[in-house]
Design a protein around this ligand. Structure first.
Ligand code: TPP
Length: 565
């Protein structure tokens, strides 16, 4: 059947089983919005800002494992979307962003609301397309979804000029896709896997280094099984929190700048690091020349360009973490002796006992870590947790009892303030039956606060717990530690919004908590309210996130106590 490009966009999305699109209209994408009006197969959520739309699509994708979809218009529409796209890109989140563009005849003329959208998104997308002919549109959409979710996932951007959405052609949606130059390697090389298994069996101090790729590949169950049977200690990156349960006896906690002492010392002292979809980020390795000096590296990753990028890899395995581990499992079981690592486990246990993750609680002032812990106790075990960026993010990663993968939604790679709240709304849309909680800071929350209106309109109740220290806390901490306490532009105490009024003005609810009792009461009330909630918790202003590896220091040079600095 012949149809317009705009109609083809809609029909293609229906073919991809898209359930929801987050977006914001404008001139160049109006033909598509006109078709949205005429259909009822998928839902459109109108956000208040394009950045909000893309973070919502991202949160939806992280929570559900499906592809997130966002629509924006040309010019300022797509530039507003950029931070969201880059956020998804650095964390390998599957997403398709469709933007309108000025007509093909106007491209390059500085037309109204024209920007070189594909030029801007090229470095922050897995792939992007400018559609010049309506005949290519269906194929490009098919390809975009395939690229977004296959191999190492990521955002794909399609820019569609206005005349292309008006032009007509026969609609044929391709059944299958064959791309000559793109063939992700899912199954690891058998010989490489065998060699890696031998290395594990011969190691004395091995450690599993679990990264976000483990979440994306759905490898949590097999990782849990392998860790249990081999009894090899494991550390998780920020992106991998929840792959192992928080109470798994072999889990040493989070690794990296604010990781636990035991986790970082495990990486420092290991003779074999088994990387499962992790990318050796500088926040994890610390000073690279000093990183894991005595360790050989097994690096399992679906993206060959990751391997050997940061550290020399003795055992590279290109493949999907889950499939590679499934292949490894029987070989590992054949003759592995968990007692072999007994001494190693004992050393790490002592580190854990010597320097546990801790803080000094108080009854005078609320400690942010306490808020995270008590929330973990009061919330259902399967609550979805999102965060913004700053100290609260690190405390959430350290102290929340994560029990399953995809439970924590956080901007790990880009560190995007303003991510948490819209991501929580997107997650709620995808997982209506779950309680969704966003830990945020008084700096971060105001960056996309307008989306309370979206939560109100579409009945997406999420609870924002604002750990309010009246500072841009994480920057304040660095200023205190590394700039002799010169607090340049980080004190927010002179102007703070009234979060109760703000929430109420947009259809939400607000609470203030200055004591522990007030917090517990507010949280329970928020749990039972059907609105977007802000709980403004006045916390200790000068609490620092510890332990901390100073930037560009070796992992073993951790500051564990406040006096260490
Ligand atoms: C969009 C953006 N701008 C700036 C930063 C730099 N930054 C990192 S943490 C931080 C402070 C965050 O303050 P707040 O949200 O109040 O959280 P807290 O650290 O106090 O918990 C800033 C400004 C960032 N990560 N993202």
């Amino acid at each position: 059947m012949k149809m317009t490009g705009a109609r083809i966009v809609i029909e293609s999305l229906i073919k991809e089983n898209v359930e929801v699109v987050f977006g914001y209209p404008g001139g160049a994408i109006m033909n598509v919005y006109d078709e949205i009006y005429k259909q009822d197969k998928f839902k459109h959520i109108l956000t208040k800002h394009e950045q909000g739309a893309v973070h919502m699509a991202d949160g939806y994708a992280r929570a559900t494992g499906k592809v997130g979809v966002a629509f924006v218009t040309s010019g300022p529409g797509i530039t507003n979307a950029i931070t969201g796209i880059a956020t998804a890109y650095t964390d390998s989140i599957p997403m398709v962003v469709i933007s309108g563009q000025v007509p093909t005849t106007a491209i390059g003329t500085d037309a109204f609301q024209e920007v070189d959208a594909v030029g801007i998104t090229r470095p922050i997308t897995k792939h992007n397309f400018l559609v010049k002919d309506v005949k290519d549109l269906a194929f490009i959409i098919k390809e975009a979804f395939y690229l977004a979710k296959s191999g190492r996932p990521g955002p794909v951007h399609i820019d569609i000029p206005k005349n292309v959405t008006a032009d007509m052609t026969e609609f044929v949606y391709p059944e299958k896709i064959e791309l000559k130059t793109y063939k992700p390697n899912y199954k690891g090389n058998k010989r490489a896997i065998k060699r890696a298994v031998e290395a594990i069996k011969n190691a004395k101090k091995p450690v599993f280094y679990i990264g976000g790729g483990s979440v994306l590949s759905g490898a949590s169950n097999i990782i849990r099984e392998i860790v249990k049977t081999t009894q090899i200690p494991a550390v998780e990156t920020l992106m991998a929190r929840g792959v192992l349960r928080y109470d798994c006896p072999y889990l040493l906690g989070m690794v990296g700048m604010h990781g636990s002492y035991a986790a970082n010392m495990a990486m420092n002292d290991a003779d074999l690091i088994i990387s499962l979809g992790a990318r050796f980020d500088d926040r994890v390795t610390g000073k690279i020349d000093e990183f894991a000096k005595n360790a050989d590296i097994i690096h399992i990753d679906i993206d060959p360009s990751q391997i050997g990028k940061v550290v020399e890899t003795k055992y590279p395995i290109v493949g999907d973490v889950k499939l590679v581990l499934e292949e490894m499992m029987p070989m590992l079981l054949d003759g592995i002796d968990p007692n072999r690592y007994e001494e190693w486990r004992e050393i790490l246990k002592r580190y854990k006992e010597l320097y546990p993750l801790t803080y000094s609680d108080s009854d005078e002032v609320i400690k942010p870590q306490w808020v995270i812990q008590i929330t973990g106790e009061l919330a259902p075990e399967d609550a979805i947790i999102s965060t913004d960026v700053g100290q609260h993010q690190m405390w959430a990663a350290q102290f929340y009892p994560f029990t399953y993968p995809r439970q924590l939604l956080t901007s790990g790679g880009l560190g995007t303030m303003g991510f948490g709240f819209p991501a929580a709304l997107g997650a709620k849309e995808g997982k209506k039956d779950k309680v969704v909680i966003n830990f945020t800071g008084d700096g971060s929350i105001v960056m996309n606060i307008q989306e309370v209106l979206t939560g109100y309109k579409y009945k997406l109740p999420v609870i924002n717990i604002i750990l309010n220290n009246n500072y841009l806390g994480m920057v304040r901490q660095w200023q205190t530690m590394f700039y002799e306490d010169r607090l340049s532009e980080t004190d927010l105490s002179d102007v703070q919004p009234d979060f109760i009024k703000l929430a109420e003005s947009m259809g939400g609810r607000g609470f203030t908590a200055k004591t522990k009792e007030e917090f517990e009461k507010a949280f329970n009330e928020a749990l039972n309210s059907n609105a977007v909630c802000f709980i403004d918790v006045q916390v200790d202003r000068r609490e620092d996130v510890l332990p901390m590896v100073p930037p560009n220091s070796p992992l073993k040079n951790m500051l564990v106590f406040k006096e260490d600095k």
